[in-house]
Ligand binder design. Structure first.
Ligand SMILES: [Zn+2]
Length: 114
């Protein structure tokens, strides 16, 4: 199987991107507590489970950053490259993809140093 390269633009971590993350982490923890209370009462066990899984998703999403990229082989667009990883597998065609991170700022010279 060929090894395919894809260039992914890495956005800078700014305050504007950090604040929604913290906010979603906090709201995820609050929702988790509410779902725990719901699950204690037998009537609220089903909405509690739904809310609990949703809040866990919020917490995980707030801590793991990544960028979407399009698979060059099959064109599947919903692949996610996690920061710090230099390879990924297309979730549709299972193609191994090497990730080339591109900085959006004028740090092209530093690209070789990493
Ligand atoms: Zn693919």
């Amino acid at each position: 199987m060929d090894f395919v390269r894809v260039e992914v633009l890495r956005r800078r971590m700014t305050v504007g991107r950090l604040v929604p993350r913290i906010f979603s982490a906090i709201s995820g923890i609050i929702l988790l507590l509410i779902s725990a209370i719901l699950m204690i009462t037998i009537i609220g066990i089903l909405p509690g489970l739904g809310l609990g899984s949703f809040s866990l998703f919020l917490i995980v999403a707030s801590f793991s950053g990544g960028e979407r990229f399009k698979c060059p082989r099959c064109g599947f667009e919903k692949n996610i490259a996690l920061y710090g990883r230099h390879n990924a597998t297309c979730s549709k065609c299972k193609q191994n993809i090497a990730i080339d991170w591109i900085r959006s700022e004028k740090t092209e010279k530093q690209k070789d140093a990493i």
